[in-house]
Design a protein around this ligand. Sequence first.
Ligand SMILES: [Zn+2]
Ligand SMILES: [Zn+2]
Length: 417
Amino acid sequence: MKPRRTHIKSRAGCHTCRQRRIRCDECRPQCLNCIRRGVPCDYDEAESSATAASRSAQVDGPPAQAQVLSADDVELLPSHLIPLLQRPVSELPGFTDEESFLVHHIHDMSQRLEHSDTKNVGFCTSVLPEFIRIAFLVHFVRDCICGISSFHLALLTKSSSMTYLSYKYRAKALQGLRETLALTSGPGDVDATLAASFMLSWQAPDSFEFCQTMKGVDLALKEMAERNYTSRLRDLWGVLIPESLVAASSSHSIVPLDAASVALQELRKHVEHNPELVRGVKELYNFVQNIRIAPPGRMPAEQIQALYPVRLWLPWIPKSSYLIDRKDPSVLLFCAHFHMVIVAIGGLLPVTVGAFAIPRRAECIMVINTILKQVLPEPAPSAGHSHTNNKRQESFRELMQAPLMFAKDFQARYSST
Ligand SMILES: [Zn+2]
Ligand SMILES: [Zn+2]
């Protein structure tokens, strides 16, 4: 008699998975099954703490990373990241083990960062769940997801096999995208083109490829506007401000960049405990300085190319990003300053406003400000003994003023649209 394969059934999945009697990965706020089917995902709140505790203990068959990450790779991981990669991975229909593992990794990362309390803190992470949904429908979008997933894992692990995978999937995705662009397209193809172009821009090895992929984003958005396409992905990009309007109000003045540099120098003094943030702030600062010295030309390609260095949001905070779901004030402030730089540059470069979703960046700054206010309560008037703590919180609140000013200024200028 054939031994029956046993597996531990989870009782704590989301409502939809329980109803459908399928295995749920229990990722919050959205599980992968619900993302794939494009349906809302919800959990019984009473069970949530028990679930979180049991989540890492569940095992259902051999974990797929066994074939993808070697033991040597895992050894290189910082210890706090190991549980992240040892989550059980369920097979996804029509996906190879390698693809399942990589899609699960990006899904898990995006769900951590888009946790219900820290939602919309970053634009790039807020579009990832929708990119994943499209990846179930369109093969080259799946290749893009696998590409950035292995790219991210290569950064975390310094693993050469992950670096190889990131090249492999990027090449496949580029080819698939080119083939699609050669054909006439419907709304689904425009969505896929937008998703793929945007993800490929994160991995772009040089400013030329970056420019090409961001132009793809721009073209897809324009095509949606022209043909009046609406989609969830299009909605995530937010209001599109006409280029002509931005051009009319852009001052070509370097003054905003001066303010941004000063703000970054201040921030640097307050993140010294975190070397990754120090490096990130330094790179943002150098980027702003370079633009101040040599502002990009007027041609659309030159304007887009100028933003090439900021494509690196993913490697800038690979480990610190996990501190976002703990609402670490210095990581939140770093994110606010990252958006601030894009908003500041966008005011000078009209062509970048749509493709970089600059109105959404301004909204992200507002969201971060709201979270910071919760994390850093107003100081009690006579709290004598916690003086140093108060002072630290006070400086965090002050640091938020610059990004807030940029966001408010941007919103005030285009509020009539
Ligand atoms: Zn589920
Ligand atoms: Zn679900």
